[in-house]
Design a binder for this molecule. Structure first.
Ligand code: HEC
Length: 306
């Protein structure tokens, strides 16, 4: 298995070298730039070699924006490793010994300095976790490679019976560092991570910045802060944000503007409206929190405030 895989890698490299010889200056320059990444300690593969590879994209150092590359598990295992026993990660039912690479390490090596200040983890179910620089610095999230010495095949399943590999993200411990109304800084611990993107916070959050004359109202700004931490993981605005819900920001805006009561009820307890819901409820949101979300989403609605 291992040998066949190395064989594949060699074939891919030969193919690339052969191809580069035929290409013009610009492509050769890109090739040279990916060699620079190898010198920085990581080989970026242009092709997926295994389902266990981690896809990386966004603004990668020395590559045109939007380029996708791949890292193998072995590439990741060769980087500086952090090891600890996770005791307060709700993905594990008992203390788990984890080993992996910090997102800060990956951002430093792969992102475009100093512009990249956001890491996005994309999961196979289209959920996305957004790691702002402030979060990285406060919580040091770890891309988990091994749990109790096991690769993903030996990992526990999530309560729904889903595979938690090929990658998950964890923390040694998590202490919330802020609170916006009823929404605390929440541990972002996705599983099923298949891709990391290195991006610019102002570009990505810019697409969900509130609009119109109420944009700077404190309640609207609070709603923005809550929505970027919570709703943006599953609801999208264009290509940004999670696609798990398949219901866009503008659809949520129309919902908030037209039927604010039904919006509030769904946000607090989606199961009451939709027994099959895949959305986690927010039963602890007080009235001010729900109102902040409503006024925030309403800034995207052509109807505005009802
Ligand atoms: C874990 C993923 C997830 C998160 C986080 C999430 N949602 Fe959802 N949401 C969904 C999914 C999936 C649906 C589609 C129906 C369902 O499964 O409930 C949905 C549906 C909805 C609906 C109903 C829309 C309709 O047309 O019926 C509303 C309203 C909504 N979400 C608002 C929000 C708000 C506001 C937030 C943030 C406070 C949020 N959601 C966070 C996954 C999520």
């Amino acid at each position: 298995m291992q040998r066949a895989w190395i064989g594949l890698l060699t074939t891919a490299s030969i193919f690339l070298v052969g191809k580069t010889a035929l290409l013009s200056g610009r492509a050769a320059e890109t090739r040279q730039q990916s060699v620079v990444s190898v010198a920085a300690g990581i080989a970026l593969h242009p092709l997926r070699l295994s389902p266990a590879d981690l896809e990386i994209g966004g603004d990668l150092a020395g590559l045109p924006p939007g380029t996708t590359r791949f890292l193998t598990r072995n590439d990741l295992l060769a980087l500086p490793q952090v090891r600890y026993t996770a005791t307060d990660d709700s993905n594990f039912t008992s203390p788990a010994k984890v080993r992996g690479v910090t997102l800060e390490e990956l951002m430093q090596r792969l992102g475009t300095a100093p512009e990249s200040d956001l890491v996005i983890a994309v999961c196979y179910d289209k959920y996305r976790a957004h790691y702002l620089r402030s979060y990285l610095t406060a919580h040091h999230p770890l891309l988990v490679l091994e749990v109790n010495g096991q690769p993903p095949a030996g990992w526990p399943k999530d309560p729904g019976g889903n595979e938690m590999g090929p990658y998950m993200i964890s923390h040694a411990t998590f202490t919330p560092s802020f609170k916006i109304l009823s929404q605390s800084d929440e541990a972002q611990i996705p599983w099923g991570v298949v891709r990391l993107e290195f991006r610019k916070e102002s570009t990505v959050l810019g697409v969900i910045a509130p609009r119109g004359p109420h944009a700077t109202d404190p309640a609207v700004q609070a709603g923005f802060g809550i929505a970027q931490q919570n709703c943006f993981r599953c609801h999208n605005m264009g290509n940004e944000g999670g696609q798990k819900a398949g219901i866009s920001w503008t659809a949520l805006a129309a919902f908030a503007a037209n039927t604010p009561k039904a919006f509030a009820a769904y946000v607090r307890n989606p199961q009451a409206t939709n027994p099959q819901t895949q959305m986690a409820g927010n039963p602890d949101y007080d009235d001010a929190t729900v109102a902040a979300l409503e006024t925030y989403f309403q800034t995207f609605s052509p109807q505005g405030k009802p």
